[in-house]
Design a protein around this ligand. Structure first.
Ligand SMILES: [Cu+2]
Length: 199
């Protein structure tokens, strides 16, 4: 039996984050910063030769319809992600959510949880939200793209399929609730998700 994906509550939580920061982030932004531990430089340098970037490296991720291209399965602590968007029509985002240490279910399973069980994804602000309109450059909505906390992360794009990019950005900036834009299911339903280990 295939369980339908109902991301309403999760979308609401993320929209609140978007709305709060867009409203010229006074205390929300500093709260998020306060949660980030200090970066420990150098400890991981040179230890990851297979598929993982070196510590403090920048990994450029290409967002396309509907996938992340160039995102490794694991990166060292201190790595910074940047995004580009090669889509001709869709706005995309890279939302990184650090999962609890005792959470071992795979990311797709978590994304398909019913709303009442989505606390694991929506209990706090995401580690980062990087947005890019089609053919446009990165907008850092939450965080600066750096991964300072080791652990397992769910990566996903929650933008509704077919949403108008300008309409989405305007709605996200002005709304206290979820951006009220027309569109289909979120992009992660179409496969735009990933799992990332920060070592
Ligand atoms: Cu997307």
């Amino acid at each position: 039996v295939h369980r339908p994906i109902r991301p309403t509550r999760l979308l609401l939580g993320l929209a609140l984050v978007l709305g709060g920061l867009a409203a010229c982030g006074d205390d929300d932004a500093t709260d998020a910063d306060a949660d980030a531990p200090e970066v420990t430089d150098g400890t991981d340098d040179g230890t990851d030769d297979e598929g993982a970037a070196a510590g403090d490296d920048v990994v450029e991720v290409e967002m396309a319809d509907y996938e992340y291209i160039g995102l490794p399965g694991a990166v060292p602590t201190g790595t910074t992600l940047t995004v580009t968007n090669s889509s001709e029509a869709e706005i995309h985002e890279l939302v990184a959510i650090r999962l609890p240490d005792d959470e071992d279910r795979p990311v797709p399973e978590l994304l398909e949880l019913p709303p009442e069980e989505q606390e694991v994804l929506a209990s706090g602000p995401p580690a980062m939200v990087l947005v890019a309109p089609p053919g446009g450059s990165q907008i850092s909505v939450v965080g600066d793209g750096s991964l300072t906390d080791a652990g397992r992360y769910a990566i996903a794009c929650f933008i509704p399929t077919g949403a108008d990019p300008d309409e989405f950005m305007a709605a996200a900036a002005e709304s206290d609730g979820p951006p009220d834009v027309a569109g289909g299911p979120p992009h992660f339903v179409q496969g735009m998700w990933a799992e990332l280990i920060v070592e």
